[in-house]
Design a binder for this molecule. Structure first.
Ligand code: CA
Length: 331
């Protein structure tokens, strides 16, 4: 009878386990890859001044905001065409305290306009948010509307709905998604005489767990970017009920900022990442400049089943959504 020593037996058992893991690993990796309908499509370096937000219009232009209150326009190849380092006029900067433009959006009202989410950065006593309106051609300020502080204490991102009827945002300290009637963002409601706007839709607890640094619609789904330390994620939200699923997850050293959806630069989704909050690690996309990180849709992505792990149950107040109903305050 062949005798097998204890040590040989353990070694053989460990080898067998290792072989099993080796066999399972490619399947697990493939499964992880299949979870996302988006694939990486490279990145481009961008100036550090393009620090906060990004959007695009219907004339093949990109717009950026940063470092605090500048606005910049480029073509779809990132060639700069216009810049305005002081995008917030002194009367508003000093008079109201707004000193920070977050992730911007474009809408077709007023012959085209850039909408600027505003906050008072680092000011303890200013707990309000507002939406600025800028001219896409000159980048100059037109006016701004104040948001009712009962709902918003600072505005860090804004995104126009695909039909142009709503402007989505959230409160800096809240976890609800809020939508405003786009028609109310008009000179008639401009500061200082205008009324403070209240949201017309509210999706309770629909802000993803990572917070929101940027937003963009892809079709009818609202993509929301955020990060916790090196875990960068983009969630895809159904704005009819607030349910969400994970669209993209990456490990990145840097700071998550704005996103936009436009066919350009080899992708259709673009995520700004800047080389800060690195905790001493080398930034993933290099230091001394920002990065515009591109993603493209996978072929047949629409037929892919989303695994249960990537779905979250609806976290919204579905009653707040009344499709086709006239816009009016929810509270
Ligand atoms: Ca954006």
């Amino acid at each position: 009878m062949q005798r097998i020593s204890f040590r040989t037996g353990v070694t053989a058992a460990l080898a067998a386990i290792a072989a099993c893991i080796a066999l399972l690993a490619p399947a697990a990796t493939a499964q992880a890859r299949e979870r996302s309908a988006w694939k990486s499509a490279g990145h481009h370096e961008i100036p550090l001044e393009y620090l906060q937000g990004i959007t695009s219009d219907d004339r093949a232009k990109l717009y950026f905001s940063g470092p605090a209150f500048g606005l910049y326009r480029t073509d779809l190849r990132l060639r700069e065409e216009a810049r305005l380092p002081l995008g917030i006029p002194p009367a508003v900067l000093l008079g109201r305290g707004y000193s920070h433009i977050g992730d911007i959006t474009w809408d077709r009202a007023e012959g085209g306009r850039i909408l600027l989410p505003l906050e008072c950065l680092g000011q303890v006593f200013c707990r309000t948010g507002a939406i600025g309106v800028a001219d896409p051609r000159t980048l100059r300020w037109r006016y701004h509307v104040e948001l009712d502080p009962a709902f918003v204490d600072k505005a860090m991102w804004a995104e126009a709905s695909p039909d142009g009827r709503l402007l989505w945002t959230s409160s800096g300290s809240g976890d609800d998604l809020l939508a405003y009637d786009m028609r109310a963002i008009s000179p008639a409601n401009a500061w200082p005489a205008g009324r403070r706007l209240k949201p017309v839709r509210r999706l309770k607890h629909a802000v993803p767990p990572d917070g929101i640094t940027g937003a963009a619609f892809h079709g009818r789904r609202l993509l929301l970017a955020g990060a916790r330390a090196r875990r960068f994620r983009i969630w895809s939200v159904d704005v009819r009920n607030g349910s969400r699923r994970l669209a993209i997850a990456r490990t990145v050293v840097g700071e998550s900022e704005g996103i936009d959806t436009v066919r350009a630069l080899g992708g259709s989704l673009h995520w700004m990442v800047v080389p800060f909050r690195t905790r001493g690690r080398p930034p993933t996309y290099g230091a001394g400049h920002g990065a515009l990180v591109h993603f493209a849709r996978r072929r047949r992505a629409g037929r892919m089943a989303t695994p249960a792990a990537y779905l979250e149950r609806p976290a919204s107040d579905a009653r707040a959504w009344r499709s086709g109903a006239p816009a009016r305050p929810v509270l």
